[in-house]
Design a protein around this ligand. Structure first.
Ligand code: FES
Length: 104
């Protein structure tokens, strides 16, 4: 499968304690700062579509802003529903910009 890195944000746009939601092509993604790392996950909650990038971040998890399901930012796994998981994407930082690798 062919993949590509896409610039998605400036690192200084990422906020502590929360994420940002972006539309990249036909995808919604949630972008987060986790310590010194940056994370990107599918931005659509599998419950009923809450924007995960607008959620609150605590202890490496984002809590969906609609009903509070917690998703691990490194694995995408929901902690309260074992059948719910979102995609996680590889990220990198260059010159203060955040890039995400999406499958084409
Ligand atoms: S839409 Fe995310 S927990 Fe309900």
């Amino acid at each position: 499968m062919s993949e590509r890195f896409v610039r998605v944000a400036r690192c200084d746009e990422l906020r502590k304690g929360g994420g940002i939601q972006r539309t990249i092509g036909d995808r919604e993604v949630g972008l987060f700062k986790l310590g010194n790392a940056v994370c990107a996950i599918d931005g659509i909650c599998p419950h009923v579509g809450g924007p995960l990038g607008d959620g609150i971040v605590e202890n490496g998890k984002v809590y969906c802003p609609l009903h509070g399901w917690p998703f691990d930012l490194r694995t995408g796994q929901c902690e309260t529903n074992p059948n719910a998981k979102v995609d996680c994407f590889e990220t990198k930082v260059e010159d203060g910009n955040m890039f995400v690798r999406f499958p084409k």
